[in-house]
Design a protein around this ligand. Sequence first.
Ligand SMILES: [Fe+2]
Ligand SMILES: [Fe+2]
Length: 306
Amino acid sequence: MMENINTQEILTIGNVLIDTTRPMKERFRALFTLRNLGGETAIQCISKCFNDESVLLKHELAYCLGQMQDKNAIPVLRSVLEDKQQDPIVRHEAGEALGAIGDPDLRELLERYKDDSAIEVAETCQIALERLNWVANDGVTEKLSKSPYSSIDPAPPSSTNDIKLLKDTLMDESKPLYDRYRAMFSLRNMATTESINALGEGFKATSALFRHEVAFVFGQMQDVRSVPFLKMALEDTKEHEMVRHEAAEALGSIATDECIEVLKRYLQDPRPVVRESCEVALDMSEYENSPEFQYANTLLAVKAQG
Ligand SMILES: [Fe+2]
Ligand SMILES: [Fe+2]
């Protein structure tokens, strides 16, 4: 299927993505279809949407560009990171995406924002810088487990498998976030009850960025044992919206009746990022519970119409 796709069809999917009259869940499916297709036209279609009103959509654009690991996306990601008019959640994701692309030339840019007034952005750039160092040095020699989720993580897993040590590092507020992220990804990869409970403790960390990453890895794991933690995060209306957003999407990917019930309750949340996340998450949960072939199926929908 991928081989038959032509530029015109990619542009048609791009038109779904940019269409503000369409429901957010359709635009998300279009975005993931473009991410999976990759290439310059897909990157152009994604790049055109950074003046959209939806913070949720824009942060996801940046995330997808990072995961595509294509240097063609560097200029647009750079401009988003530099644009202080953009929401910190969007700028954070642009910084993280640049770290994921991992080009050593980006060091200077990331250095400039590692003390940004938006703490989410500053912390992201600190972590991304550490990742660049790792890619340049240990990344080559260190034989570390790959992400079982084929994601480009903001940090590699830790070099230890000692659960006690990992738990301590995860919650040690005196340690750099990068080290604590490494512990987080190791605990994710273990996927035991003990490691999941340790990750759940992570919601008590002071850094909102850190807490949102805990919710994100729970979404990757799709493990029902994390539901109580995720529910608590989404239900806490004083929690940072970035964390609640990530908790909502994680619940959508776990997709049990309990998850669906809580997501429905926040469909009218006063915060757009949260309510849009619940909409998208419920769409994902429908997919998880249906025999539908793939979530990112805008291409098939486009072909059926054409
Ligand atoms: Fe994020
Ligand atoms: Fe997110």
